[in-house]
Design a protein around this ligand. Structure first.
Ligand code: PMP
Length: 427
């Protein structure tokens, strides 16, 4: 028995499913979740001391690699000054100014503690601002687990096959309209019917919770013009893509400006942080200046702010993003080559330092339907073969992968060597 197996058995007694977030339970791939103890750079070390090259990066935050010295130092120093004050602090201004500089569509920003809080509040704000109840989202997009947003969601909700969770009153869910991702015609149709009742469109500008699916040309631009035409708020959920697919997120990469943006993951450098921000006119609808209520005991926490700020500062190093993109290219081109050679039908997607691979005959994956029709048996076998060889990928076919600045050419090469053996098992 490995120590992870022991710990998993023990964990299930006191913790539902043995985990504090469902996708960690390996439901998507079967087997025992690995319990980790320590992480450094591109590596994580499990409870038995085994080393893994990590492409999950705590589900996105660790873009600099684990335990980056500057982030660690800033966090320790802040902790020494006090863990929480519940008052305004100067570091919150520095953080807000930094965010505005990197993401220019954000004129004002409010810090929260998770991506879920950010999206939940952004839609409340859009509803309050427009005086409308309905919201439009896309099938397979995941925006956290707020009631209105857990309708046809991706990520763990998709892996578990319960996109509509019990516990959400139908009266809430009926206000959430869901259409196909990358299908602008379906959005136009819904708006033609009831555009004047729709408060907002919320979208993952690169979908990362049904594997990795970038927007097709014209999709984000189309959403922008539909929102303009109907007076609806356009929300880019950049919890995953922010500071990740480009320094200024997907809105920079695809050059489309939303009205509101939600952020998380990278922005906290590994600490629990989220944020939402955007047009001053909309943001001033939030309390205490405006009527829409939102609050948080630990929001803008000084230790979390210090960690996030240090991470964002490190990301401004020249050449850092180019290296990330190049490493993704090396990894995906190498994977494709090896899959082709082994005769395994597979295709890949990438957007900046986010990537995905799909076991499918389709030359290209751009839709939720295609993502869900991939060969899951191939994925599971490949997954466990990689895990065994010390490569940690997201334990679900519906999650993207993340490259970090700490991944070296050698790490990629080792990953590709492992993949070659893993593909051989699928033949
Ligand atoms: N939005 C997106 C796009 C996400 O990927 C996630 C989490 N994976 C969330 C929102 C929710 O963030 P959190 O888990 O921090 O609540």
């Amino acid at each position: 028995m490995s120590r992870s197996e022991d710990l998993y058995t023990q964990a299930q007694i006191s913790i539902p499913g043995g985990v504090n977030s469902p996708v960690r339970a390996f439901n998507g791939v079967g087997g025992t979740p690995i319990f980790f103890e320590r992480a450094e750079g591109a590596y994580m070390f499990d409870a038995d001391g085994k080393r893994y090259i990590d492409y999950v990066g705590s589900w996105g935050p660790m873009i600099l690699g684990h335990n980056h010295p500057s982030v660690l130092e800033a966090t320790i120093q802040a902790a020494q000054r006090g863990l929480s004050f519940g008052t305004p602090t100067e570091v919150e201004i520095t953080m807000a100014e930094m965010i505005r500089k990197i993401v220019p569509s954000i004129e004002k920003v409010r810090m929260v503690n998770s991506g879920t809080e950010a999206t939940m509040t952004a839609i409340r704000l859009a509803r309050g601002y427009t005086g409308r109840d309905k919201i439009l989202k896309f099938e397979g997009n995941y925006h956290g687990h707020a009631d209105s947003l857990l309708v046809k969601a991706g990520s763990g909700a998709l892996t578990l096959g319960v996109p509509n969770s019990p516990g959400i009153p139908e009266d809430f869910a009926k206000h959430t309209l869901t259409v196909n991702y990358n299908d602008i015609e379906s959005v136009k149709q819904v708006f033609a019917e009831m555009g004047d009742q729709i408060a907002c469109i919320i979208v993952e500008p690169v979908a990362g919770n049904m594997n990795c699916i970038p927007p097709v040309e014209g999709f984000l631009e189309g959403l922008r013009s539909i929102c303009d035409e109907h007076g609806s708020v356009l929300i880019f959920d950049e919890v995953m893509t922010g500071f990740r697919v480009a320094p200024g997120g997907a809105q920079e990469r695809y050059n489309v400006k939303p009205d509101l943006t939600t952020l998380g993951k990278v922005i906290g450098g590994g600490m629990p942080v989220g944020a939402f921000g955007g047009k001053k006119e909309v943001m001033d609808y939030i309390a205490p200046v405006g009527p829409v209520y939102q609050a948080g005991t630990l929001s803008g926490n000084p230790v979390a702010m210090a960690a996030g700020l240090a991470a964002l500062q490190q990301l401004s190093q020249p050449g850092l993003y180019d290296q990330l993109y190049q490493r993704v290219d090396t990894l995906l081109n190498g994977l494709q080559e090896r899959a082709d050679r082994a005769g395994i039908p597979m295709t890949t997607n990438r957007a900046g330092s986010m990537f995905g691979f799909f076991f499918t005959e389709e030359p290209e994956v751009t839709t939720y339907a295609q993502a869900t029709q991939c060969n899951m048996e191939h994925f599971k076998t490949f997954y466990h073969a990689m895990l065994e060889q010390g490569v940690y990928l997201a334990p679900s076919a519906f999650e993207g992968g993340f490259m970090s600045a700490a991944h070296s050419e050698e790490d990629i090469q080792q990953t590709l060597d492992a993949a070659e053996k893993a593909f051989a098992k699928l033949v």
